[in-house]
Ligand binder design. Structure first.
Ligand code: URA
Ligand code: SF4
Length: 219
C-alpha cells in the first residue's frame, strides 16, 4: 500500500539549525491543525547550551497569550521547585512536545486539551531539532505525554519516575510528574507530599548534574 505523505513540522524546518532560525521558522509552522486556533507558536527557551532540558506536553492558556513556555501557574510551580532542588535557572532550557496550545471552550474559559498521537508526531521535528542544537546533558520529561514521546507508549511515569535512564537523546534522561498535575490535586487532599516527591526527583537531576560537571568530557 502506498504511504500517504502527510505534512508535519519537518516541512517547515529551516536550512540553518540554530535556535534563532528554528524559532523563526516554527512561528510559521502549519504542520498540523493546531496553529489555526492558537494565538502563536510557543517555542522552547533558555540557555543555548543548557545542561538540562525540561520537556512539557503542550503550552497552556497563559503560554499561548504570552508566547513563552511555562510562564503560567505550572511554570511558576516549576520555577519554585527548581530553586528548592538547586538547579540553576541559567542551566535550564524549557520546551514542550507540542508547540501550539490545544483547547476546548468551557464557558468563557479555554480548557487545555491533550494533543493526539498525530499532533505529537507532527510536532516532533521541532523537539528533535531543539535537542540536537542545545545538546543537553540531561533531559527531564514532565508528565506522561513527554515521557511517552521520548521513551515509548509503554513507559509509566508512576513506576519509573526519578530514574536516570541512558538513552540516545542525551547522556541521561529522566521523567517525573507534570507540575500541572500537582495543581489539579483537589483542595482538602494532601498536596504537600506530591510536591515534595516532585522536588525529590529534581534533586536527583541536580545531583546528576554536579556529577557530570566533575567528570571530564570523553572525546
Ligand atoms: N504545561 C506545559 O506542558 N507546558 C507549558 O508550557 C505550560 C503548561
Ligand atoms: Fe506545527 Fe507543532 Fe504547531 Fe502543529 S503544533 S502547527 S506541528 S508547531
Amino acid at each position: 500500500m502506498a504511504k500517504v505523505l502527510e505534512v508535519t513540522a519537518a516541512d517547515f524546518l529551516p536550512a540553518r539549525m540554530t535556535l534563532p532560525a528554528l524559532r523563526e521558522a516554527a512561528a510559521d509552522c502549519k504542520g498540523c491543525d493546531l496553529y489555526k486556533r492558537a494565538t502563536q507558536t510557543v517555542f522552547g527557551e533558555g540557555a543555548a547550551h543548557a545542561a538540562v532540558m525540561f520537556v512539557g506536553e503542550v503550552p497552556g492558556d497563559y503560554e499561548d497569550r504570552v508566547g513563552r513556555p511555562f510562564v503560567g501557574p505550572a511554570g511558576k510551580l516549576l520555577d519554585k521547585a527548581l530553586v528548592e532542588a538547586g538547579i540553576p535557572r541559567d542551566e535550564v532550557y524549557v520546551t514542550n512536545a507540542v508547540k501550539h496550545f490545544k483547547w476546548e471552550p468551557r464557558g468563557k474559559r479555554r480548557l487545555h486539551s491533550k494533543p493526539s498521537a498525530r499532533e505529537m508526531y507532527a510536532c516532533r521535528p521541532w523537539l528533535d531539532a531543539e535537542i540536537a542544537v542545545v545538546r543537553p546533558q540531561i533531559i527531564v520529561c514532565l508528565g506522561a505525554s513527554a515521557a511517552q514521546a521520548l521513551l515509548g507508549k509503554d513507559f509509566r511515569v508512576t513506576k519509573e519516575r526519578g530514574r536516570m535512564l541512558k538513552t540516545a537523546w542525551a547522556q541521561w534522561l529522566t521523567a517525573t510528574v507534570h507540575p500541572s498535575s500537582l495543581l489539579r490535586i483537589p483542595e482538602g487532599q494532601d498536596r504537600e507530599e506530591p510536591y515534595r516527591l516532585f522536588v525529590a526527583d529534581l534533586k536527583k537531576v541536580a545531583r546528576q548534574l554536579r556529577t557530570l560537571a566533575r567528570t571530564p568530557v570523553q572525546v
